[in-house]
Design a protein around this ligand. Structure first.
Ligand code: ATP
Ligand code: MN
Length: 536
């Protein structure tokens, strides 16, 4: 990368810095800064290991969107997209910029969207070096940057600034994230969790691309093969997007966020943000080996007396992470783009153990499950609490969608209708009983299922129909024992199984009520049905 040694003049943002500005520094320099400032230390493999502070995850209910002419009629306002007035935004902006002026600042120019036709230039201004490393790793690294260019979007991340009187500005807490589409600014304060930066830009793209450009934006990972036939892996957090898309036999397009336009798919990002809990060199070699110099480990612990990460230690948080540039993975797709998808996987970690490990969906079932966006969360690790909780998040990413889910669903329907795209529902969660009784399906089995779906063998298998969910699921798959494919067999107690299946079906039906008005009747027909006596 060529860097013009000048530093950017930040007056256009109303920032008159009192201290040094570190513009587009090399990763080596940023790592030095981070270590000197006590932000982190080096791991044995050369990654910077930093702690993000009080927040080790996003704070979804402290995230706002400025309500103005641009957004008023278009944003799906509610608990996820909370409105804030332009006046309050301006006040918070002044408070944050006054604060940042007093700090050493790290300024980094980057881009989002690998498709040149949709590329968006951005500048992230942070008060910590580790956050600047994150920005470098996760966004697209331009070949050349010029500090004199004013980027389209600006992210201001004042992680240590806290608002002393939140109610005065229409927010709930001292920490906040605000998106302003008119001023093209993301304001982040009171949290050092880097995921807010990543998901802030993702939310911006989820507004701009479908609304202004008719491009479907998606919370999914993607990879492609030698024939440029792509696969998408949708799913909520922890369902396997990052894990399953890192496949040495396929080229990685991207880890978490993609667009699907006329020419095919493209990554929004330039890096991966992988979960570290239980990271194992045998099961996930690509990710394990990506933890090297340049990578940023977050909130991990070391084995005592060493700098060897203890990935099983989740004392700081269960959400330990590593952010690395996509080229830390060996087999990546050139230009981070891929052809139109041939297979789409909806990943769900069903902790009730109801859904088959794999089912093949019709177009209407695909629409139903896309809009439902189901997964389950295990209740935590407290003794005695074993009841899982169903989570429904529309389009497998409701928390990041400024528009009504039907906008994304309609764009997906246009892509699926009349196409030869296979859509699969994959349960990466529990088999042989619910959480506490059964076990999580082996990663090796899920990988074998995906492989068989991709190479066409799975389509040729014979299928059974699930009496409650109406799903078609195969009775055989190479490298997977047949009984594993059938949840009824695995439970070894038909009555208990169907009671649980009916219970989950009921949760689907309840959740879908809020979408009934907006979807076609055929989609409603793809809903699960509570069946009184499926055993008889
Ligand atoms: P996020 O949106 O938070 O990035 P993600 O969908 O990318 O989440 P992953 O990072 O892939 O989720 O996490 C999946 C986790 O589940 C990994 O830690 C992986 O090792 C574990 N896992 C266990 N069994 C399976 C399985 N059968 N399939 C997929 N992942 C599994
Ligand atoms: Mn991921």
């Amino acid at each position: 990368m060529q860097v013009n040694q000048n530093i950017p003049d930040l007056h256009y943002l109303g920032i008159k810095p009192h201290k040094s500005i570190h513009y587009q520094k090399s990763i080596g320099e940023l790592v030095e800064h981070a270590i000197v400032a006590g932000e982190g230390v080096l791991s044995d493999s050369g990654a910077l290991a930093a702690d993000t502070g009080k927040f080790t995850g996003r704070s979804p209910f402290d995230r706002f969107i400025v309500e103005d002419d641009l957004t008023k009629e278009n944003v799906w306002w509610g608990k996820i997209n909370q409105a804030i007035s332009p006046e309050n935004f301006d006040k918070l902006y002044d408070l944050v910029t006054d604060y940042l002026e007093q700090k050493e600042l790290f300024v980094r120019d980057a881009a989002a969207c690998a498709d040149p036709g949709h590329q968006l230039n951005l500048r992230a201004i942070t008060e910590s070096a580790y956050q600047s490393i994150f920005v470098n790793n996760m966004f697209i690294r331009p070949d050349e940057v010029d500090p004199k260019n004013q980027p389209e979007w600006t992210i201001l991340a004042a992680s240590s600034y806290t608002c002393s009187d939140p109610a005065k500005y229409g927010i709930h807490n001292p920490n906040f994230v605000v998106l302003n589409f008119s001023r093209k600014i993301i304001l982040i304060a009171g949290t050092g969790y880097t995921g807010e930066i990543k998901k802030g830009i993702f939310s911006v793209l989820n507004f701009i691309l479908p609304h202004q450009k008719k491009v479907l934006s998606m919370h999914c990972s993607a990879n492609t093969d030698a024939n440029n036939e792509s696969a998408l892996y949708f799913g909520l957090s922890g369902t396997g997007k990052t894990t399953l898309s890192a496949d040495s036999e396929r080229r990685l397009v991207g880890d978490d966020e993609h667009g699907w336009g006329d020419k095919g798919i493209f990554n929004f990002e330039g890096g991966c943000y992988a979960k570290c809990v239980g990271l194992d060199p045998e099961k996930e070699p690509e990710i394990f080996n990506a933890v090297k110099f340049g990578a940023l480990l977050e909130n991990i612990n070391f084995h005592p007396g060493t700098r060897i990460p203890d990935y099983d230690n989740i004392e700081k948080t269960e959400n330990t992470r590593v952010a690395y540039p996509i080229d830390h993975i060996e087999n990546i797709a050139e230009g981070s783009v891929g052809g139109a998808p041939k297979n789409i996987f909806f990943l769900t970690a069903d902790a009730f153990g109801v859904l088959p490990p794999v089912s093949k969906l019709s177009v209407t079932q695909a629409m139903y499950h896309f809009i439902s966006g189901y997964t389950a969360k295990v209740a935590g690790t407290e003794v005695g609490i074993t009841e899982p909780k169903a989570v429904f998040s529309a389009c497998f990413g409701e928390a990041f969608l400024p528009l009504h889910p039907s906008k994304y669903a309609e764009l997906l329907r246009e892509k699926l209708q009349g196409s030869h795209i296979n859509v699969w529902l994959i349960n990466t969660g529990w088999i042989a009983g619910p959480y506490g009784v059964g076990r999580r399906i082996k990663l090796a089995y899920t990988r074998a299922i995906i492989k068989a779906a991709l190479n066409g063998t799975l389509k040729e298998a014979s299928y059974k129909t699930h009496p409650v969910f109406g799903l078609e699921y195969p009775t055989s798959c190479p490298e997977v024992p047949s009984n594993v494919l059938d949840p009824v067999v695995m439970w070894n107690n038909e009555e208990a199984y169907y009671a649980q299946a009916n219970q989950l079906a009921q949760l689907f039906v309840e959740n879908f009520k809020k979408f009934e008005q907006g979807v076609n009747k055929d989609v409603m027909n793809a809903a699960p049905r509570v069946v009184e006596n499926p055993v008889s």
